[in-house]
Design a protein around this ligand. Structure first.
Ligand code: NDP
Length: 333
């Protein structure tokens, strides 16, 4: 196995912010699937490898994921200018009353204050609208984000899984009203989920410049090959609270074809002298419009293995990329 290379840093879209090409997120794991001691090891493993972005959201483990991350950040005493931390607003945290979810001015402002308290930081580097809110005018949300930036509570704002039309509206509103505009989108992107990043958002990359921090790069683990022989004990799809995801993924008509595709990718990983997870992650990183690939992990060994993706980048030649494309494109959403 080739040893991992040092971390790469990319500009977040047209902003001046430098983000590590591999970052680390707390969904499912922090405050839920893993013990806090493991979360601590994961954060330190990531930081020591040069990860500078830690992703979170008000809804992860109903706020507990941010509390766990906040305690680790506080104890670590890492200089504040060496890391970026995010939160996302929309789904709510502990409570889901009419004004405790969504993207109204009230919830966006109150959720930010609550996230700052849980994460034990004075400001969020990135604050995302976790989903579009059909009940709130985009102008209201954009102005709330602008005000948070003006107050110094947020440095940059972005969206997650917004359509191109919704992002266009946000850009237009911000230009018209001279508000800080969104600089980043957080979409799903992996070998089985490509269209939004590759086609739908294509008009935004050059102008006005949109960064992407992409999620589920291993399709929740499917692309690691660990599910080829069934659902292993202790894996994400074996976790009782994730039964909805297991049912959604494994009962999908495309699931057998996806497993076959993973089998076909395995010899390419061998040719590259790497593992399937590193192949799948390096494939995401090859896309220059991806600012950062957000890793998830339940064990520090997984993270250490996954950083090996950086060493594979130069060896993913156009001909290997075409072979991978031929396997993945017919199945990709
Ligand atoms: P992945 O698709 O990469 O899945 C990560 C999971 O795969 C791990 O928790 C682990 O699960 C398994 N895994 C990872 N590496 C290995 C390995 N080397 N060998 C075997 N198994 C491995 O990413 P996530 O779905 O976790 O998403 C990453 C982050 O993206 C989240 O933490 C969150 O911050 C963000 N996100 C954002 C969303 C949004 O709507 N904006 C939605 C979802 C995620 P296990 O060991 O339990 O099987």
């Amino acid at each position: 196995m080739v040893p991992p290379m040092s971390m790469l840093y990319r500009r977040l879209g047209s902003s001046g912010l430098k983000i590590s090409a591999l970052s680390f997120g707390a969904w499912v794991t922090f405050g839920k699937q893993i013990k806090d001691t493991v979360a601590t090891k994961l954060m330190h493993t990531a930081y020591d490898a040069g990860v500078n972005f830690f992703d979170n959201a008000e809804t992860y483990a109903d706020g507990a994921a941010e509390r766990v991350m906040g305690a680790i950040l506080k104890k670590s005493r890492w200089p504040r200018d060496t890391f970026l931390v995010s939160s996302k607003v929309f789904f709510g945290a502990e409570r889901e009353g009419p004004n405790q979810t969504g993207l109204s001015r009230k919830h966006v402002l109150e959720a930010c204050d609550a996230a700052l308290l849980r994460l034990k930081v004075d400001y969020l580097d990135l604050y995302y609208c976790h989903r579009p809110d059909p009940d709130t005018p985009i102008e209201e949300t954009a102005r709330a984000m602008h005000d948070l930036i003006t107050q110094g509570k947020v440095l940059y704002w972005g969206t997650s899984e917004w359509s191109a039309a919704e992002i266009t509206t946000a850009f237009d509103v911000c230009t018209r009203l001279n508000l800080h505009r969104p600089v980043v989108e957080q979409p799903q992107y992996n070998l089985f989920h490509r269209t939004r990043v590759e086609k739908e958002y294509a008009p935004f990359y050059r102008s006005p410049g949109l960064g992407t921090t992409v999620w589920s790069p291993l399709a929740s683990g499917l692309l690691t090959g660990k599910y080829l022989g069934g659902v292993p004990t202790g894996s994400r799809l074996d976790t009782p609270s994730m039964a909805w995801l297991r049912d959604r993924l494994t009962s999908d008509a495309s699931y057998p074809a996806k497993m076959l595709a993973v089998q076909k990718l395995a010899p390419i990983a061998v040719e590259l002298d790497t593992s399937l997870p590193c192949l799948a992650l390096a494939w995401c990183l090859k896309n220059p419009h991806v600012s950062s690939v957000i890793l998830g992990a339940s064990h520090p060994e997984q993270l250490r293995e996954n950083f090996g993706a950086l060493a594979v980048l130069d060896r993913l030649t156009p001909s290997l990329m075409s072979r991978i494309d031929a396997i993945s494109r017919p199945l990709a959403e």
